[in-house]
Design a protein around this ligand. Structure first.
Ligand code: CTP
Length: 410
């Protein structure tokens, strides 16, 4: 656990109850919350809920009723500002955005905002007309110009019955954004990383397809890790059940041919290409336009090979000489390192991430993995069992090291 501390400021909106889910989602990511509620927020939800969820005292007023409380409270916002890494306000009402943008400070949350000199994340929620009003838009723009992150409210049906942008972003998304802001690094600034993920689907007829087992989790973890380290990330994904990480450009594809076209058209702009997709090796030669009927007692499918995208990338990268780094994957059930070496050569990659898919409790659907990195520099690096997200960071660490080793020679 990284031991981050967040102040969660809760504004007085109908979505105030969702801040409780946010506190929980933050805690699942190892981020501890101190909750500050405005007076209006307390009309919607009781402080006790937040005290129970955060395990800490909830701050509800700027001043207390006794002289001691008043004295303590008059400096508390400064202490709170210094002790926390991020200020998250959810829901950020139109009133709060207006106060923050203009430096008004008449309660604990608005005084804390002025005293807070680290990352600020604002998650607005209000009626659509209020959000779109030029005054609110100008406030949001002013806050963004100041370096605050103002999330876009989600579109949908609002409590007032109207439809449009104004819903609080999902608490899980707010927590993800906060985690990103706290954890991001800059060693991939200026890089463009393309990641392929998930399986491809090759149609047999309009209702059936051939595919590979692949959850896409490893590829999505790589895309997130690269984005959190400052890269521009293009995620070319086959059909999977996962939410795309924040801050990546998602390109959805179905077939190997579509994946090939998506990857090759973007290849020139990429500095690192990571091919974690489980591409189908064959596709049906002639796909009928109508559904196949169950009339035959035995059915044979005639299959042609799909394009080997990794090999095509390898050839193109070698030809173009732009110093791009190519990383392939090898899902093996035996002779893992030897097979990885063979693919490294045959497909002209700089690194192959080999995983033994026969290993107990790992691979496909699992959130964990254990891999061996085989590099063109001749290294064989065992990465012990860890979460796919941690493995992703290790792969990127080794990729950067390898690139230095390979390209500093020339
Ligand atoms: N790959 C690809 N295009 C294909 C098949 C595979 O780009 N048509 C890529 C995968 O994304 C992965 C790597 O090649 O990065 C290795 O995939 P794998 O299926 O293990 O290798 P194959 O070449 O299919 O070898 P084999 O099936 O003989 O083990």
């Amino acid at each position: 656990m990284a031991g981050w501390r967040a102040v969660v400021g809760v504004g007085g909106g109908i979505a105030a109850y969702k801040a409780a889910e946010l506190v929980r989602a933050l805690s699942q990511r190892g981020i501890q919350s101190t909750v500050v509620m405005t007076a209006a927020a307390q009309e919607f939800i009781r402080p006790l809920t937040f005290a129970a969820l955060s395990g800490r005292k909830v701050i509800t007023t700027l001043f207390g009723s006794t002289p001691d409380e008043v004295l303590a409270s008059s400096v508390e916002h400064i202490a709170v500002a210094r002790e926390h890494d991020i200020l998250i306000v959810a829901p950020a009402t139109a009133d709060l955005l207006g106060k923050f943008a203009n430096g008004l400070a008449d309660d604990f949350l608005s005084t804390l905002y002025l005293a807070f000199d680290r990352q600020v994340l604002l998650a607005p929620s209000m009626n659509t007309a209020m959000w779109l009003h030029p005054a609110t838009q100008a406030n949001a723009a002013a806050l963004r110009a100041r370096g605050n992150v103002v999330m876009e409210p989600e579109a949908g049906e609002l409590a007032c019955g109207e439809t449009g942008p104004g819903r609080l972003p999902e608490p899980g998304r707010i927590a993800e954004e906060a985690h990103y802001l706290l954890a991001r690094r800059h060693d991939l600034d200026g890089e463009t990383v393309l990641v392929t993920a998930g399986p491809t689907r090759e149609p047999i007829d309009p209702v059936r397809f051939l595919s590979n087992r692949s959850s896409g989790k490893m590829g999505y973890a790589l895309a997130e890790a690269a984005a959190w380290r400052g890269a521009r990330v293009i995620l070319v994904s086959g059909p999977v059940e996962l939410e795309p990480p924040l801050h990546v450009e998602l390109v959805r594809v179905e077939t190997a041919r579509e994946m090939r076209d998506a990857v090759l058209s973007r290849l020139p702009e990429c500095s690192i290409v990571i091919k974690s997709a489980a591409v189908a090796d064959y596709h049906v030669a002639n796909v009928p336009t109508q559904k196949l009927k169950k009339t035959a007692t035995r059915l044979s499918l005639e299959l042609d090979p799909t394009p080997d995208i990794l090999a095509e990338c390898g050839a193109e990268i070698e030809r173009a000489q732009r110093g791009q780094l190519l990383i392939g994957f090898a899902a093996e059930t035996e002779n893992v390192v030897a097979e990885a070496r063979r693919k490294l050569k045959a497909k002209r990659c700089h690194m192959v991430v080999a995983n033994n898919v026969a290993a107990e409790g790992l691979g496909f659907e699992s959130d964990e993995n254990e891999v061996t990195l085989v590099t063109q520099a001749g290294d064989v690096i065992e990465v012990p069992r860890a979460s796919k997200r941690e493995i992703a960071d290790r792969i990127l660490d080794e990729a950067l090291r390898l690139r230095l080793a390979l390209y500093s020679r020339s």
